[in-house]
Write a protein that binds this ligand. Structure first.
Ligand code: MN
Length: 224
């Protein structure tokens, strides 16, 4: 079973227990050296370093700010979860409860843990090679770095001659301490409503919804 996964990962473990460790959720084992939480902590850093090194190599003339924007999008929860899903890690997870398999946060965490398991087993070169194989198609060489949804929508609206997007607070729910804002955005004859814990977040989510309908790229607010 794990040997089959090894093949699709393109990495052969000296110690296959490390792979099992990386795939074990805390609902399956609460033991600190059996579940993936410590590996996730390490893998997050290994991934960050590997992606930073790749970006510096691929974009030799870009300023730090643009590299940082690209980096944010590439190590973001949604991106790591996407890579994990492509590798079918959900299928191989050791969980105490089946619902956990489809959890987006878990998928991201297990992706990070997997990178750490390769790092511990084969060193940084092996981990770097793995990240290279799985992230290179996500690094867009030809376009400008992805931007947050509000900035991106403003640019898209400008290019399409739609003027400036208009944001309005529709309503506010929740308690004083945990408010939820609903904000609408109108632009180019379209209107979407986004929600969030702050006005800023609700605006980002509203802008994101418009960009989704247009098929435009942006950095999700959960990554910011
Ligand atoms: Mn994580």
């Amino acid at each position: 079973m794990l040997e089959e996964l090894e093949k699709s990962l393109g990495y052969h473990y000296k110690d296959l227990n490390l792979l099992k460790h990386a795939l074990t959720h805390s609902s399956c084992s609460v033991k600190i050296n059996e579940n993936y939480e410590r590996l996730e902590f390490l893998g997050d850093r290994v991934l960050g370093l590997a992606v930073a090194a790749m970006l510096c190599k691929i974009f030799p003339r870009e300023p730090e700010g643009s590299l940082a924007q690209r980096h944010t999008a590439l190590v973001c929860k949604d991106t790591v979860a996407e890579v994990a899903r492509r590798l079918h890690l959900d299928k191989y997870l050791f969980v105490g409860n089946e619902e956990i398999r489809s959890n987006e946060n878990v998928l991201c965490d297990v992706g990070e843990a997997l990178i750490a398991s390769i790092f511990k087993d084969g060193g940084f070169d092996a981990a770097f090679a793995f990240v290279s194989r799985n992230w290179s198609d996500l690094i867009d060489k030809n376009t400008t770095p992805p931007k947050d949804a509000k900035t991106s929508l403003q640019e898209v609206a400008h290019i399409r001659g739609w003027g400036v997007p208009v944001y309005k607070v529709v309503r506010r729910e929740g308690s004083e301490h945990e408010p939820v804002f609903y904000i609408s955005v109108q632009v180019g004859g379209r209107e979407e409503v986004g929600s969030g814990r702050s006005k800023k977040l609700a605006e980002q989510n509203a802008a994101g919804k418009v960009l989704d309908t247009l098929g435009e790229k942006y950095v999700k607010s959960s990554c910011l």
